[in-house]
Design a protein around this ligand. Structure first.
Ligand code: CDV
Length: 316
């Protein structure tokens, strides 16, 4: 058998809690420590979680825009993140980083829950802005924790692109996006071979109401394993975990193979690097057989799919 030369050693860089007032400098120190471990373990690529530079700030209601904007980056790399880019390039490690992005577009200030893909030379090759923003737009004082993503972020405007880099076809999404089959399918239809995603998921109190801890973990795995299998792609899912300012965040960082199997998994609720050798050629088997889209998909027969976002019930 010919050995694949498309093996990427991937480090899923789970983060433990980040305090509300933890400085960017302190957080970047933690990212650099994980990068150092990734270097020692021979990683080609490191994936950091959603909003990896700050606490998960949408859990608080802030009235002043300035109190919200302090969590956003206006440049990438910026003053705090430049050393991450430099060290990663020195090591020849690519990375995916989630952060809050503040940008001027057509004379308007826009705020996105974003992530970037940086190649082994330190160049940003891709950007994704979160499309499926969960939670609510209004302050809900009866809730212990807010989930104000709909208030603090604009809906992502970049779709679900993929990029040819690091020897493969790479894509990204963020947290709640992982629960939606459309996310994976949009990238699957572009031949994606590795989807990188970070998440901040409460262990028991999502915005849709109380759930036993085992369901948070079941739905996390179920979504990523089915997305991987049905699109014959690797999925790297990376948690921000642990008790963050009193809110318990689930861990469960996963590396999922195109078979849908979990090949590596986080064991802690803290900073932890989960490593696996991911053979991009392992995508080929299912892409060429059961999920050969060109041969087996039947878009003409998918008549129930409509242009509206919601459900269209059949006539009574
Ligand atoms: N940050 C997220 O997008 N969190 C959502 C829920 C729990 C609000 C998630 O789907 O995990």
């Amino acid at each position: 058998m010919v050995k694949s030369n498309r093996i990427l050693t991937v480090g899923a860089a789970q983060l433990g809690p980040i305090g509300l007032n933890e400085s960017r400098e302190a957080v970047v120190d933690r990212l650099l420590a994980l990068l150092e471990t990734a270097h020692d373990r021979g990683c080609d690529l490191v994936v950091f979680p959603e909003l990896a530079l700050t606490t998960f700030f949408p859990r608080w209601y802030f009235q002043e825009q300035g109190a919200i904007d302090r969590f956003f980056e206006t440049a990438m790399p910026g003053p705090d993140t430049a050393r991450l880019f430099e060290r990663a390039a020195e090591y020849g490690i690519g990375f995916c980083l989630g952060f809050a992005e503040l940008v001027q577009q057509d004379g308007e200030t826009m705020r996105y829950n974003a992530c970037i893909l940086v190649d082994k030379e330190g160049t940003i090759v891709g950007k994704y802005r979160k499309v499926h923003l969960p939670g609510h737009a209004d302050h809900l004082p009866e809730r212990k924790w807010q989930h104000l993503e709909k208030a603090y972020f604009d809906v992502g405007d970049l779709g679900f692109p993929v990029w040819r880099t690091m020897g493969g076809i790479m894509g990204m999404c963020i947290c709640n996006d992982r629960r939606w089959p459309e996310t994976y399918r949009m990238m699957g239809l572009q031949g994606v071979e590795m989807i990188m995603l970070g998440y901040n998921t409460p262990a028991t109190e999502p915005p849709w109401g109380f759930e036993p801890t085992h369901l948070a973990s079941l739905h996390n795995n179920l979504s990523m394993q089915s997305g991987a299998y049905q699109n014959a792609t690797w999925v790297i899912g990376v948690a921000k975990a642990g008790r963050e300012e009193g809110c318990d965040m689930m861990g469960g960082t996963l590396i999922v193979a195109p078979t849908g199997e979990i090949v590596a998994q986080g064991r802690t609720l803290d900073d932890e690097l989960v490593v696996a050798d991911c053979d991009l050629d392992a995508c080929n088997h299912y892409k060429n057989t059961v999920f050969n889209f060109a041969e087996h998909r039947q878009p003409d027969q998918y008549g129930l799919i409509t242009e509206t976002a919601g459900v269209v019930l059949p006539p009574e």
